[in-house]
Write a protein that binds this ligand. Sequence first.
Ligand SMILES: Nc1nc2c(c(=O)[nH]1)N[C@H]1C(S)=C(S)[C@@H](COP(=O)(O)O)O[C@H]1N2
Ligand SMILES: [Mo]
Length: 545
Amino acid sequence: MRRGRPGGPRGGTDWWRGAAGALSGALAGCAALAVAELLSAAVRREAGPVVAVGGAAIDRTPAAVKDWAIRQFGTNDKLVLQVGIVAVLALLAVALGLVALRRRGLGAAGVLLFGAIGALAAVTRPDSTSPVDALPSLVGGVAGAALLYVLAGRLRVTAEADGAEPADAAGSAGHSEEPPRATWDRRGFIVAATAAAAASAGVGALGRSLNAAGGKDAVASRDRIRLPAPASAAPAVPRGAQVRVPGVSSFVTSAADFYRVDTALVVPRVNADSWRLRIHGKGVGRPTTVSFADLLRRELIERDITLTCVSNEVGGPYVGNARWIGVRLADLLAECGVEPPAKGGPADQLVARSVDGMTLGTPVDDVMDGRDAMLALGMNGRPLPFEHGFPVRMLVPGLYGYVSACKWIEDIELTTFDAYDPYWVRRDWAREAPVKTQSRIDTPKPFARPKAGTVMVAGVAWAQHRGIDKVEVRVDDGPWRTADLAAEATRDTWRQWSFPWKATPGGHTLTVRATDRTGEVQTEKRTRTIPDGASGRHAVVVTVD
Ligand SMILES: Nc1nc2c(c(=O)[nH]1)N[C@H]1C(S)=C(S)[C@@H](COP(=O)(O)O)O[C@H]1N2
Ligand SMILES: [Mo]
């Protein structure tokens, strides 16, 4: 009969009721997210509350924090963010469940408020084109609020009609003024909560599978693409470009191993058949819109180009080299009537915009100075992977990705640096950012324990569009000694190097530095990645046995 612990029947009842309140909040949160997931499948994947709030959070994260997050979590940064958002939502939902125990209207209103916040985030995302994007969060909020209201109704306390005699409460005989035993509708609550949990799981699972199936047309459009042979093939990679030392990065980075850095919480799935690229703006005599088929009909060039992220720390992993196939951007621009500032054109900045609202600004002079700036359609012999910008991305050899390599591109506007600051520039990164001359020790790994004798030290060096002229290695505070350079593919690719080191027992520090073709030696001055890329020299500490 008595459900509480001895000596604390009311305390026991309160505990269970409190737990039920917390559970109600959590269930309301799940129901809201499940309904939102289902509706986002109907509206737009990117309109779901977690993605929208996450995107808004990314855009508002101070550069230093974002840099830290990329350093800490690497390519998992987005997963960590989403798990974080869900954890915060869970805590808030539980808190609202507890509020609803006392004031169920207030608890329900709280859930509605979060729905409204999600809706606001969704419609203010740069890629949102319709107020319909508010629906998933709004309807989810209403569903969650209604559920919390109903569940909290089961938790309302009423005086227990049959158990009110004080004598019944053994052990509390001394407390004569104990109030009447309170009770709430346990059965009703359990039934309602179970039904709500089952319904949320079903709705959520349906939404998930619909969302996963979404973008099928984009996948099909990618599967249908046959990349023609390029009119201008990539220069053959010399056999000696890959050093034969285990542990050195492969000269060509596979799509699967290629680093990924972007702000997209869900990878855009663009249908190549309906994709269009618009070229317009200052000094564009013939504004043009091209389709994917238009690009395929043009002369294609194929080039090996090494891409580097400005967020790459000295010795870091955000650099990769692939064989890209695409159209020459300078030719396309020239056909649209664009003249670079070097030839008197009025626009000095090319702003590329992606389907997810990202903007990147590139100097027009760099794009049109004869280098192989391209609109890439293929990577390592296949259409671009969705993660790397399908159907079309930009690439400009020699510039960091954030000022040149727009993925999922849909718009190119010619403008000036004075008139417009793109996404990262608004967040304190530099307007112009040529890649800094860098080198990395791939092997031995930090804290490795090689055996005394000849140890092969090897790695990569890059100074895209200038080329690598020399790499040197220093052991402890000894002299700089020239490493063996692997054959160069082109000055737009990284270059491998190796150094046979006569290793003596004990702890040693290996340091590397590169010199580019302009004669510039990689500086020892350490700088942070922001605003225009990390500088300094990579060093590795090992213990020789
Ligand atoms: N649409 C879009 N394009 C983008 C970005 C982005 O966030 N969104 N990030 C840029 C940055 S910072 C880099 S370093 C490169 C990385 O390209 P990858 O992911 O294919 O390696 O893409 C660039 N293009
Ligand atoms: Mo980047």
